[in-house]
Design a protein around this ligand. Structure first.
Ligand SMILES: Nc1nc2c(c(=O)[nH]1)N[C@H]1C(S)=C(S)[C@@H](COP(=O)(O)O)O[C@H]1N2
Ligand SMILES: [Mo]
Length: 427
């Protein structure tokens, strides 16, 4: 067993397996994780605000941006993690695996970090394809909880590796790298010198008493030895860079129009759907085809003791405003559209309510998480927050929320409730 692990470790040594490579990838990965965490928390609290929280309502595309960054950075984590695992792979076979408290922490935090990250990315990716109903646990709570596991294990990982990170943070001066003594060896990292030596003598590696395993792995790892470790590592990093950039280019089109034509990894095509806007949940799926088309439909506006039922004709007779706002779905796609309708604060004025209040809107749809949403005062008093009756110059399509839907700036799509039935002041 010992010899097998040793053989694997030797055979897998390559110039891209240096502590410096691990640190370079680690920096990028750390940045991507923090971006995902911050934008994820933002999205979470928009949907479940704490009582004291207020949110910016401008720029109107703010959520489009933060969620686009969330999903893009999350995707890029995948090639970065795989690259980093490749770069440190032999370390995972180090023997003995645990030598003390520090190495125990190191190993446990890495195991947790890698496992949690891969699950996090996988379920996030499935979510962008709307497959979240497939797994038996609630997506949002799981994704939220795992993010803390990731950030916590990342903090431990960084703390344990701090000396190595500091040592390799900057690019070493030319020539120093290969000749450097091996400070990393103290904690078992693959040093540039050792890695270089291994590739410079690939033939001898298998013969020098490593036995069958050594030879097998030398055979597997028979990529021609590069002349200089620097070039090879650059090639390795370039591969990861190209993989990441390709992923971004093939995904970002769902929220970034110029890249639209390239969009492959996205379930929504912008511009496809009634009124040129995609539809997630149709009226049929939401079981509202009857109630939404009922002749006696009315929007009930309530504040304190007073309430008013407004028919579609009533709503159309109020001052109409036109706003240009995106639907920005948590799943990553987003699209700008022109909405026309009545300001929410104008409706509140009809029942004698001030504009700086919290409001809950409800849908005709029953029993769905999306059948209700709440507006913080900053969104209620905003001129751009409408009960929309028209989309891109036409009466709302049934699938877009006819007869009336909510549209507000800088909020996730899930809160832009369709097929409204009530607007209620809640505090
Ligand atoms: N009543 C209701 N409103 C809803 C939804 C829904 O399922 N039911 N979906 C929400 C989601 S997740 C988004 S992104 C936006 C746009 O979705 P759509 O494409 O189904 O219109 O509408 C929101 N409004
Ligand atoms: Mo959504």
């Amino acid at each position: 067993m010992h010899r097998l692990l040793h053989g694997i470790r030797q055979a897998l040594q390559s110039p891209s397996r240096t502590t410096r490579t691990a640190v370079v990838l680690g920096r990028l990965l750390g940045a991507a994780f923090l971006l995902c965490f911050a934008t994820g928390l933002y999205s979470h609290f928009l949907q479940n605000p704490l009582p004291w929280m207020t949110f910016p309502t401008r720029p109107t595309w703010l959520y489009q941006l933060t969620q686009g960054v969330h999903i893009t950075a999350g995707l890029v984590c995948l090639p970065l993690i795989l690259g980093k695992l490749y770069a440190v792979y032999p370390e995972l076979f180090r023997t003995p695996p645990i030598t003390g408290l520090r190495s125990l922490l190191e190993r446990a935090s890495i195991a947790l970090l890698v496992a949690a990250s891969l699950v996090e990315i996988a379920i996030g990716l499935l979510n962008t394809y709307q497959w979240y109903r497939l797994f038996p646990f609630p997506f949002r709570q799981t994704h939220f909880a795992l993010s803390f596991v990731i950030i916590g294990s990342l903090a431990i990982h960084i703390a344990v590796k701090l000396d190595l990170i500091a040592l390799h943070w900057r690019r070493p001066a030319a020539g120093v790298e290969a000749a450097a003594p091996a400070p990393a060896a103290a904690v078992g990292a693959v040093t540039p010198a050792a890695a270089g030596a291994a590739t410079r003598a690939p033939a001898r590696r298998g013969d020098a008493g490593r036995g069958v395993t050594g030879r097998v792995f030398a055979w597997i790892d028979r990529t021609p030895a590069p002349r200089s470790p620097r070039v090879s590592r650059r090639g390795f990093l370039t591969t990861i860079g190209v993989a990441s950039a390709t992923l971004v280019a093939l995904t970002a089109g769902q929220s970034f129009r110029p890249l639209d034509a390239l969009t492959v990894f996205a379930p929504r095509k912008p511009g496809v759907g009634p009124g040129g806007l995609p539809v997630n949940r149709t009226a049929a799926a939401a079981r509202v085809t009857e109630t939404a088309r009922a002749g006696d439909w009315a929007l009930t506006v309530m504040a304190g003791g007073s309430s008013r039922a407004l028919s579609l004709a009533d709503l159309r007779s109020l001052p109409q405003h036109t706003v240009s706002l995106p639907i920005a779905c948590v799943e990553g796609w987003s699209q700008l559209a022109e909405w026309q309708g009545v300001r929410v604060k104008d409706l509140l004025a009809l029942v004698g309510s001030p504009a700086s209040v919290r409001v809950r809107v409800r849908s005709l749809e029953q029993g769905s998480l999306y059948a209700m949403s709440e507006l913080e005062p900053e969104f209620v008093r905003d001129d751009l927050t409408l009960i929309a009756l028209r989309l891109n110059g036409h009466v709302l399509d049934l699938d877009h929320g006819y007869p009336a839907r909510l549209i507000a700036p800088a909020r996730p799509g899930v809160l832009q409730t369709k097929w409204l039935s009530t607007v209620e002041v809640i505090g």
